[in-house]
Design a protein around this ligand. Structure first.
Ligand SMILES: Nc1ncnc2c1ncn2[C@@H]1O[C@H](COP(=O)(O)OP(=O)(O)OP(=O)(O)O)[C@@H](O)[C@H]1O
Length: 299
């Protein structure tokens, strides 16, 4: 994996510091069930923020509210001071990209093609241009392919560019999801359980990748059940329990908070333990999800 990625001009381009994403009073109800209860969360430029909590705490539902998949019952979500439209493709266009807990790749397309799909919000050539296939179209396509290859280099997948996505090992499918999300040139990347189903080596590599993404000026909000991953990586961690934000603070503060230990960790997190299984909560994912399915983020 290379550790540099040439910067692209992006509407999400951000100066260091200051609020990037601001969720205020977000409530999400499904009939009689309140999955997210009045949650406030800010992600600042240059930050890696973790979102943790037990299975069913409302983490993915909250992500869905942030990215336009769900329209919150109440509350607002702003990005760079502007309220985000409740449409996933417009949220992506505004500069917020995401990956999914259940991998959503185009299984029968190549690795490169999957990344090219991720660029569609950044290509200016319209339908007419695509039909006529004039010089503008060919120039834009060449630029997109070059950028997609850069992203595959960055994520360590360049040598698999022509492989079908469904033939990649599970850990590489997760990396490809990240590469595809980066293809939209986001200012903020939301990762939903990026290490689910990975072995410890793949998890450590993903940690490096997330640091490298942040070093490119892209803020990251990440849901994970692997506490070593979260506490190593995050500048700040928010804990959701039964839809409510229980605690928010630095990794040190959160891992030692009695309420977090009682509601989620079970026992104090031992950063010195070399036993990766001990550092890993039971992920709330269905491990059978390793099969790929069509992308739904434009729903
Ligand atoms: N579309 C939906 N309709 C009805 N209930 C839903 C829907 N989506 C989520 N829920 C419910 O909302 C609650 C929160 O679920 P959510 O998936 O957000 O939790 P989570 O913290 O992401 O859990 P996990 O760690 O297991 O992924 C659960 O009780 C879930 O059953």
């Amino acid at each position: 994996m290379t550790t540099t990625i040439p910067q692209q001009p992006t509407p999400a381009g951000a100066e260091p510091g200051g609020a990037l994403l601001e969720a205020r009073g977000v409530i999400m109800r499904f009939g009689g069930l309140t999955a997210v209860r009045n949650v406030d969360l800010t992600v600042n430029k240059g930050e890696i923020v973790g979102l943790i909590g037990p299975n069913g705490a409302g983490k993915t539902t909250f992500f869905n509210c942030l990215t336009g998949l769900y329209v919150p019952t109440e509350g607002t979500v702003s990005y760079q001071g502007t309220v985000l439209p409740p449409k996933p493709h417009l949220v992506t266009k505004a500069g917020v990209a995401r990956t999914f807990q259940n991998i959503r790749l185009f299984a029968n397309m190549t690795v490169l093609e999957n990344v090219l799909v991720g660029r569609h919000t950044r290509t200016k050539e319209g339908l007419l241009s695509a039909i006529v296939r004039g010089p503008g179209y060919h120039r834009a396509e060449a630029q997109s392919r070059a950028r997609a290859m850069e992203l595959l280099e960055f994520t360590g997948l360049a040598d698999k560019a022509e492989h079908l996505a469904r033939n990649l090992p599970y850990g590489e499918q997760r990396k490809l999801e990240i590469a595809r999300a980066l293809a939209s040139e986001p200012g903020l990347l939301l990762l939903d359980e990026p290490t689910a189903g990975m072995n410890p080596q793949e998890t450590r590599a993903t940690e490096e990748l997330v640091f490298a993404i942040r070093d490119q000026g892209i803020a990251v909000l990440v849901i994970e059940h692997d506490m070593r991953f979260i506490f190593n990586l995050c500048d700040r961690v928010a804990v959701l329990v039964q839809g409510e934000k229980l605690v928010e603070g630095s990794s040190d503060v959160v891992q030692n908070d009695e309420r977090v230990i009682a509601a989620y960790l079970g026992e104090p997190f031992d950063a010195t333990s070399q036993d990766d299984t001990a550092a890993r909560e039971t992920p709330g994912t269905d491990q059978a999800e390793g099969t790929t399915s069509e992308q739904e983020n434009d729903r």
